[in-house]
Design a protein around this ligand. Structure first.
Ligand code: G
Ligand code: G
Ligand code: MN
Ligand code: NA
Length: 256
């Protein structure tokens, strides 16, 4: 449990001390290939264990009541980063941040996110929050918070769509604007001559008035296939991996 006490110390300490770092993965328009935003993904630059992936510590953080504080730390850093990119003259990007189960159950979720936006001065419409299905999430958790955030202009995306069982219920419950298709749904695509499941999801999204972002695009052929199916947005290793802020800036300048 050394990691837990170290994480507690980090969260109690100065955010600029920098062991919790945020990497950014570009989000692109699949038809024009233009980058319109990025997803903030936390890592822990641990002094002895190296760069730790979120899977290594977010579960522990969740168990020990620290996960909402990690999400908040990432949100604040990601908004600060948007402003740094603005000042550096990059095109205005959108920022997607993930909200875990603890954040969804946090009684001040909406107020905290709105405070972060107000303190940073970032326009709410440049922020999207990604929520994921959790078996243990109480059905009412986060509903009014997300409605309030949505009314403020913050976008809400449903992450990992297609791997759970009640995602359809989440579509009814939350003010979802974007379906993020899990890579388990987009991956088999290349090998298959037709894609009734994806066509069905695209139709569902259309009738609900939500847009679709395909995750886990690992080949150009897969990207073309998804675009041909009418999927507007994408993210994946064949476009760009998650990278430090400085690398994303280089990536964007190279594209321009
Ligand atoms: O970046 P990577 O693919 O290793 O992320 C693994 C998982 O960790 C993904 O499911 C991602 O959504 C989650 N994750 C990454 N950053 C954050 C974060 O800041 N908050 C939460 N709640 N989850 C995150
Ligand atoms: O669950 P969520 O969608 O937040 O997870 C994002 C995670 O997916 C990140 O940790 C990122 O590293 C990973 N990821 C992004 N693109 C790809 C991809 O093309 N292939 C694979 N295998 N993982 C990806
Ligand atoms: Mn995500
Ligand atoms: Na996912």
């Amino acid at each position: 449990l050394a990691l837990v006490s170290e994480l507690t110390r980090l969260l109690d300490g100065d955010p600029d001390a920098g062991e919790l770092v945020v990497h950014y993965q570009p989000l692109v328009d699949l038809h024009t290939e233009a980058v319109f935003g990025c997803e903030a993904l936390v890592r822990w630059q641990h002094p002895t264990r190296g760069l730790l992936a979120p899977d290594v510590f977010l579960g522990l953080a969740e168990e020990h009541g620290l996960a909402a504080r990690v999400d908040r730390r990432v949100l604040d850093e990601a908004l600060a980063q948007l402003l740094r990119w603005d000042r550096a003259g990059l095109p205005e990007l959108r920022m997607n941040v993930n909200l875990g189960r603890s954040s969804m159950e946090h009684p001040r979720l909406a107020q905290d996110v709105i405070s972060s936006l107000t303190e940073s001065g970032v326009s709410p419409s440049r922020l999207h929050v990604e929520i994921t299905e959790h078996h243990e999430l109480r059905p009412e958790a986060g509903v009014s918070a997300l409605q309030l955030l949505s009314a403020h202009g913050v976008g809400v995306g449903l992450d990992d769509f297609g791997v759970g069982y009640t995602s359809l219920d989440y579509l009814r419950r939350y003010p979802i604007e974007v379906l993020k298709l899990d890579r388990s749904i987009t991956r088999p695509l290349e090998a298959e001559p037709s894609s009734p499941l994806l066509e069905g999801i695209v139709g569902l999204a259309r009738s609900l008035g939500v847009s679709v972002l395909a995750e886990g695009i690992e080949t150009p052929a897969q990207r073309d296939r998804l675009a041909a199916l009418g999927i507007a947005y994408g993210q994946g290793f064949s476009i760009a991996r998650p990278m430090p802020a400085s690398a994303l800036e280089g990536f964007l300048r190279a594209q321009a």
